[in-house]
Design a protein around this ligand. Structure first.
Ligand SMILES: NC(=O)C1=CN([C@@H]2O[C@H](COP(=O)(O)OP(=O)(O)OC[C@H]3O[C@@H](n4cnc5c(N)ncnc54)[C@H](O)[C@@H]3O)[C@@H](O)[C@H]2O)[C@@H](O)CC1
Ligand SMILES: [K+]
Length: 493
């Protein structure tokens, strides 16, 4: 992904930015549209220099207007352009109507025919942008399905048509693009939900609007990037000692699940925690110790207290392989009562959904969509329909910083929200969540606030996975492959 700004906006907010540029700063709407079309066309030529035959599909709003500008410019450049309005040009208004007239003076618009797709080197999708306000159906839905079935590369203008710029969910059906140039402000829906499978590469252009346009509104969320991480992980003092970087206690590893606790613990160590202990079933102690002698591993019998371990810990990581039986329930109840900053994952989240009470204090919850659904007593589909709303609702209900896992991880507490666009499908394998738990706990232990540890943790974890995948491929990536990469990520150059 190219370098992107970090401010994320809702569609309404981007509309407000457009309005400010036009009304408050006197930039004519037609000029803004001309810039948008010109910008998309320049990118098209750069990324697809060999494309000679374009199919440009235009809708009835301003997104369609951008498409008419692209069609006109391509035609002027000598490319072969098939221009298909999906809404009659007579119905267009304002800048879009003007752009359509400009194109119509030089190009004869034609009715869409699936045959056009076979003859196109590239399809320009200018059907729907931020104005999408209902599921796509009918003729438009059929056109989008035909575009996807044809397998031609697609440049989607501003947002792939059918993808919600607010949530990143597909409404009905959406265009699968190879490239999405987007303008004025980054839409938050471009990076989560279904978006990663639909946008292709996202490229941003502010269309040179005056900087004052961005004085308001304040962005609703941040896109997490390397610069953000560097600020939060400064180089250590030469005089540092292990007591400065906290003591993480991992609580988990019921019968048959010792690996989960070990993964979380090793991840905490590789992320820079000063000390890491593990409280697990006695049977797991030798294996965990043998795998990582730096860990302090204590077997806890059924009914035995965690108190001696809790006394020394500064941060708790509860849940990996914990189970939901009496052993796990008792350990979690005792851990929660200690009042330490904590990370809750996996079975700890199940116990929370089942009604275990949470005392006050800094904490991070790291649910996947299924766990999020249980926390909110709803279904996974509803969670995925609006990952922002779901994350914020869990944050509010459980008074926590929340990491909602899955492509385009969303991080929120009651005041802030961030999105992590890093990561890859290789992460869809067992144990990845345990590693994230350890990473977040280690960042808490090193002094980051709950929200910052949650956000930085998501980014560190995903970036490590990207580096590990770059070295050996996505398929077959194991959670343990992240360890070496974690160390490189938490020592940014
Ligand atoms: N002057 C401006 O404000 C600028 C706007 N820009 C472009 O304008 C776009 C936003 O324009 P609009 O607000 O006109 O919105 P759109 O171009 O997304 O279209 C809105 C129209 O589509 C209809 N519509 C919504 N959902 C539909 C569905 N599911 N099926 C069928 N029709 C549906 C609406 O009723 C409305 O008529 C941006 O995405 C961007 O591409 C850019 O040109 C930059 C400047
Ligand atoms: K579009």
């Amino acid at each position: 992904m190219s370098e992107l700004p970090d401010a994320l906006y809702t569609p309404e907010q981007v509309r407000e930015l457009d309005r400010r540029a036009i009304e408050d700063y006197g930039l004519p709407g037609e000029q803004l549209m001309e810039r948008a079309g010109a910008s998309a066309y320049r990118l098209l030529r750069r990324r697809f220099p060999d494309a000679r035959r374009l199919l440009v599909l235009c809708g009835g709003g301003n997104n369609g207007g951008d498409g008419y500008v692209i069609a006109r410019r391509a035609h002027q450049d000598g490319l072969e352009v098939t221009l298909c309005p999906l809404v009659p040009i007579e119905r267009l208004k304002g800048s879009a109507a003007a752009a359509a007239r400009g194109a119509g003076e030089q190009l004869e618009p034609t009715a869409f025919d699936a045959e056009h797709l076979a003859g196109a080197d590239l399809v320009v999708d200018a059907l729907l942008g931020t104005g999408l306000d209902r599921p796509v159906a009918g003729e438009l839905g059929e056109v989008i399905a035909a575009v996807n079935a044809a397998g031609r590369p697609v440049l989607a203008v501003d947002v792939p048509s059918g993808l919600s710029a607010r949530t990143g969910a597909v409404l009905g059906v959406a265009v699968r693009a190879a490239l999405t140039p987007t303008f004025i402000g980054l839409k938050q829906g471009l990076f989560t939900g279904d978006a990663p499978a639909y946008t292709g590469e996202v490229v941003f252009d502010d269309l040179q609007v005056p900087p004052g346009v961005y004085d308001a509104p304040a962005p609703v969320a941040r896109l997490l990037g390397d610069g953000w991480l560097r600020d939060r992980l400064p180089p250590r003092e030469r005089t540092a000692h292990k007591g400065r970087f906290g003591h993480v206690l991992v609580v988990g590893g019921d019968h048959g699940m010792g690996g989960a606790a070990r993964l979380a613990a090793e991840a905490a160590g590789r992320t820079g925690a000063g000390l890491v202990s593990v409280a697990t079933r006695p049977a797991h102690v030798p294996a965990v110790l043998a795998a990582r002698p730096e860990l302090m591993v204590r077997g806890v019998e059924e009914g035995e207290s965690l108190a001696p371990l809790l006394e020394r810990a500064t941060v708790l990581a509860c849940g990996p392989g914990l189970g939901t039986g009496p052993w796990g329930r008792a350990l979690l109840a005792e851990a929660l009562a200690a009042g330490l900053p904590l990370v809750l994952d996996a079975d700890a989240l199940s116990l929370l959904s089942a009604g275990m009470a949470l005392p006050d204090g800094p904490r991070v919850l790291t649910p996947h969509p299924g766990e999020a659904a249980r926390l909110l007593d709803t279904d996974t589909t509803s969670i995925q329909q609006d990952r922002f709303a779901a994350t914020q609702e869990i944050a509010r209900r459980y008074r926590a910083a929340v990491v909602l896992k899955g492509a385009g991880t969303v991080v929120a507490d009651v005041e802030r929200c961030a999105v992590c666009a890093a990561g890859n499908p290789g992460m869809a394998s067992g144990g990845m969540g345990d590693v994230l738990t350890g990473v977040v706990a280690a960042l808490l232990a090193q002094g980051l606030t709950a929200f910052e540890a949650a956000a930085a943790g998501a980014l560190v974890h995903a970036t490590a996975a990207d580096r590990a995948a770059a070295a050996g491929g996505e398929r077959g990536l194991l959670a343990g492959d992240l360890f070496a990469a974690l160390r490189t990520v938490v020592n940014p150059a």
